[in-house]
Design a protein around this ligand. Structure first.
Ligand SMILES: C[S@@+](CC[C@H](N)C(=O)[O-])C[C@H]1O[C@@H](n2cnc3c(N)ncnc32)[C@H](O)[C@@H]1O
Length: 479
């Protein structure tokens, strides 16, 4: 039985981890946390939380073992196979049908552990789309709190025991055997982006079509679960799906998600959530001390970049593509594999000469700030003839520098001005038509004026003739 001293020492330990290790476990279920901590303390022969806190203080390397104990990275390929079959046969085809053929498909595996779940997803997406389409259109975000687990996930290398859930057909199709290990094909790893992400505090991904978060929420307390679910709701697009672990139930009082198949724990994004609910995320970030301003700034910049209505890319000093937002991917037919390529070798290179403008930025940068031009450059009305149509773009090029003022690269924003250009052309055409009609009107007026004068003369002549006839008549009368 735990005493009140135990409880306050336990709270002090959680507080220490939060303040010093950036690991906030306060939202996790206390009973299971305590069980696991005690297991670890027994291994070290430590009697209570207070002593363990001291131990942690003097042995910072213990933090990694502590996380291993608490986070439990157990996973498996096709874990709960029936549910994965349902996902493959019923859900993935719907996601594909809901999209235009060129549109990207964004998937998020949240709490991906050592990667088995991510590669399961990748295999099913290749099966549905084919390798070519998978490489071109799919983007998978694979996140976890645990760096060690992510390290293994990135390698994609598994033991004989670990690959037990994979059929022999898939094993030979998707894995390469290297000695005693099975390694997921590196080419198929290109669309996968691995990263450390804490579901309880980090900003969610965006525009996700399929969110897989299995066997993670069971560890967190109901209040924290709700705030994670609200973040998930924010992350998902309109026609998206959410896939939960088989032993998990959803705190869904506000109908955040609509069940599609309860047995397989598959949900669709509910449409009833209000802005108020989304703001539930706030209390977590209200503690100003906990928010690193740089991280916050980066997130805001990232969100602005991703959600910009205009296509944007960033290039490094040598003209290599570093990052592109969704609009740029769609406009310039970019593929995941294009990141790192020279802009000049891509379709976008037909619109803008990255070497030329980087040379100019370099030259401007070398000038003293007062005299030098460090303002964004622009190129107006650049014509881009594609197979389907001709597009006109205004391009704004903004230099990017580091804190010491060294030029790192540039951000390019492309604004499609084709419709303005068409309006302008139409206006020009209408103006010249107007000028022509005015000229015609003028010459008609002139003709009319002449005709009027001629008529007047004719009238006068007629009057004269009339007069003469009168005179002749009078004359005749006298005779
Ligand atoms: C039991 S594993 C589940 C792995 C996989 N999703 C599956 O079902 O096979 C739980 C994973 O959740 C991760 N996790 C726990 N808390 C997390 C958090 N706050 N943010 C992100 N990941 C977390 C752990 O590190 C662990 O890798």
């Amino acid at each position: 039985m735990s005493t009140s001293d135990d409880n306050s020492d336990f709270e002090a330990l959680l507080d220490y981890l939060k303040q010093n290790c950036g690991c906030n476990l306060t939202g996790y279920k206390h009973a299971s946390l305590m069980r696991r901590l005690q297991h670890r303390m027994q291994q070290l022969n430590i009697e209570n939380y207070r002593n363990y806190l001291q131990y942690l203080h003097y042995h910072p390397e213990e933090y990694a073992s502590l996380l291993d104990t608490i986070l439990i990275n157990y996973s498996g390929f096709f874990r709960d196979r029936d549910s994965w079959d349902y996902l493959a046969n019923q859900i993935i085809p719907q996601i594909i049908t809901n999209k235009q053929p060129h549109e990207r498909i964004r998937v998020w595996s949240a709490g991906c552990a050592c990667g088995q779940e991510v590669y399961t997803l990748a295999m099913l997406l290749v099966e549905s789309l084919g390798i070519e389409q998978y490489l071109q259109r799919v983007q998978i975000f694979a996140t976890d709190l645990d760096e060690d687990a992510l390290k293994q996930a990135r390698q994609g290398s598994y033991s004989e025991q670990e690959i037990a859930g994979i059929s022999s057909e898939f094993l030979s199709k998707y894995f390469e055997q290297i000695e005693q290990r099975y390694v997921f094909h590196s080419k198929l790893r290109c669309p996968i982006i691995f990263g450390r992400h804490d579901l309880t505090k980090d900003a969610p991904m965006s525009k996700i079509d399929l969110l897989v978060c299995r066997n993670v929420l069971i560890y967190v307390q109901p209040k924290t679960q709700v705030s994670i679910l609200v973040r998930f709701h924010f992350a998902l697009t309109k026609n998206s799906f959410f896939f939960l672990g088989n032993s998990e139930s959803l705190i869904n009082s506000k109908q955040i998600f609509t069940p599609i198949n309860l047995k397989h724990r598959i949900f669709a994004k509910g449409q009833n959530l209000t802005l108020q609910d989304h703001l539930l995320i706030r209390p977590q970030t209200r503690n100003k001390k906990a928010v690193d301003p740089l991280t916050m700034q980066t997130r805001i910049w990232q969100a602005a970049f991703e959600n910009s209505p205009f296509a944007q890319i960033a290039v490094d000093r040598t003209g290599r593509l570093l990052v592109a937002n969704e609009q740029a991917y769609a406009l310039f037919y970019l593929k995941n594999g294009d990141i790192g390529a020279q802009v000049q070798d891509l379709e976008v290179g037909r619109v803008v000469n990255s070497w030329a403008f980087m040379r100019q930025l370099d030259r401007d940068w070398a000038k003293p700030t007062a005299g030098g031009n460090r303002q964004p450059m622009s190129r107006k009305n650049i014509e881009w003839a594609t197979d389907i149509s001709t597009i006109y773009l205004d391009i704004y090029i903004t230099p990017i520098s580091d804190q010491s003022g060294k030029l790192l690269g540039a951000n390019l924003t492309f604004i499609d001005v084709t419709s303005y250009r068409e309006l302008e052309d139409e206006l020009k055409h209408t103006n010249s038509k107007l000028t022509r009609v005015t000229q015609e009107l003028q010459s008609t007026k002139n003709v009319l004026a002449t005709t009027h004068t001629e008529l007047e003369c004719a009238q006068k002549e007629l009057d004269t003739v009339h007069q003469e006839i009168q005179l002749i008549r009078q004359d005749l009368h006298h005779i």
